[in-house]
Write a protein that binds this ligand. Sequence first.
Ligand SMILES: [Zn+2]
Length: 251
Amino acid sequence: MPDDTLDDLFAHNRAWSAQMERDRPGFFTSLVKQQTPKYMWIGCSDSRVPANQITGLDPGEVFVHRNVANIVVHSDLNALSAIQFAVDMLKVEHIMVVGHYGCGGVKAALDGIRVGLADNWIRHIQDVRDRHHVMLESLPEEVRADALCELNVAEQVVNVAVSTVMVDAWSRGQKVTIHGWAFGVHDGLLQDLQMSMDGSKPLDAIYKAAVQRIRYKWSTPGESTTIVPRPRSEASVDELPSDGIPKRPAP
Ligand SMILES: [Zn+2]
C-alpha cells in the first residue's frame, strides 16, 4: 500500500507546479535554460530552516549547501565542491553561512552529548567551544548554546574565506562577499552577525570584532550590540596571528 503521507507530497507538488505555471506562465521553461543565482546559502540541515522560504527566494535564486550545524571543514570535498561550483561557475555574489538558535548539533557539542556517528562531525563545533571556552564559561548558562551558535558561524565564515576557492576568487578580483547570519526558529527572523568579508579587509580584524560583539551581546542580554573595547588580556583566547588566518590554540 502506498504511504498516504507520500501521496500527499506528490499531490501538493502537482498543485504547486500548476499554481506556479498559472501565476507565472513559462516559469519552468525559463528554469530549464539556466540557473543564475546571486546567492549561496550554507546552512544547517534542520528542517525548520528552509533557505528559500525564509528569504522569499524562488527556485533558481539560491544555491544551497546544508549539513548538520552548518560546518565548513577545510577537507570536506562536498562543501568545498559546492562552494567552488557556486563561485567559479555560477558566479554568486554573496555566500551566507547561516546558523540557527536551538541547533541540536550545537547543543550536543556544548554539552558533550553522545549521539552516535555524528559525534565525529560535531567534534568540529567542540573545537569552536574549546577555543572560546573562557568566554562561554563567563556567560549565563542559559545563553551559552546561542552564543556558541553564533561563534560557530563566525568560525565557518572564516573557513570559507580561507578556502582556496575564495582566496583564488578574490585574487582575480571577483566580487564575492561572505556573510555570517543566525536564524531564530522562535521568531522566524534572520540576524546579520555583521562580519561580512569581501576580501578587501584583513579577516582577523573582522573576526575579532564579531567575536567581541558576540561576547558583549550575550553577557549583557537586552542591551545594544555596540562593540565595547575589552582589555587585551580578556581577549587573549581569541587573538589571531597577523597573517589573518585563524589557527587553533595550542593544546
Ligand atoms: Zn541545526
